[in-house]
Write a protein that binds this ligand. Structure first.
Ligand code: TIU
Length: 223
């Protein structure tokens, strides 16, 4: 078994046990990243998320080369919307809500083109894909069981958006006892201020939710 590698992270260095670490890629879906999807229907500038794709593609390649467990998540709902609470469904502009027709199919509905992951980060055969109805990746999914089955104790958390699904998932993971490194250039927000503060909130108070580190540090550790 390889020795843990020390990662230069905020708020402090962290020993990473690569054999017990998973790369978690949250909701890098067309509906959030491309014009015409759910993200834009909420009034957001989706181009702000696209800068995540290039560094995350490199980190994913390094994780695959290191044979690290890779987990992709997708936020979305069943075609009959039975798993979407009215409180979520009724949010946003009428005619641009979850389940309504969008440029890439019905917005945030499983099986639709827009619901799937962008081409650059498409899951490889054997990688885990978690479909989730909520913002957090643990709620109403088998993620906890998948991580336990693989003996995972540490997570590299990436994806979109920083203050919504990345934060919710990191907080849930932290409460479940996982050590999370949120990869600072591999998470993205529609709001530059939320990106900055969202990352600061992870590492504040001695790492109240986890650690942050840029992808370069992690890629170096993986290769
Ligand atoms: N709106 C927003 O910032 N995010 C979401 O609705 N979902 C995720 O973050 N994936």
């Amino acid at each position: 078994m390889a020795e843990p590698v020390m990662i230069a992270a905020q708020p402090a260095p962290l020993d990473l046990d690569l054999a017990r670490t998973a790369l978690v890629i949250i909701d890098m879906q067309r509906d959030f990243l491309l014009p015409g999807g759910f993200g834009e229907s909420l009034g957001n500038d989706v181009t702000l998320l696209q800068r995540v794709v290039a560094p995350l593609t490199e980190l994913l390649a390094a994780a695959r080369a290191a044979e690290m467990l890779v987990i992709h998540t997708r936020e979305g709902h069943l075609p009959d919307l039975s798993d979407c609470p009215p409180a979520k469904l009724n949010r946003g502009a009428p005619s641009q809500r979850i389940g309504d027709p969008g440029v890439y199919g019905r917005i945030l509905i499983r099986g639709e083109y827009g619901h799937d992951i962008v081409d650059e980060l498409a899951p490889a055969a054997g990688e885990v894909v978690i479909d989730k109805p909520g913002k957090g990746a643990f709620y109403a999914t088998d993620l906890d069981a998948v991580l336990a089955e693989h003996g995972i104790t540490q997570l590299l958390v990436t994806g979109v958006t920083t203050e919504v699904c990345v934060h919710t998932t990191t907080r849930e993971a932290n409460d479940r006892g996982f050590e999370c490194i949120v990869v600072s250039d591999c998470v993205g927000s529609y709001f530059p201020e939320f990106q900055r503060v969202g990352l600061e909130m992870i590492a504040a108070q001695g790492g109240i939710f986890g650690w942050t580190a840029p992808s370069g540090v992690l890629i170096a550790a993986l290769t």
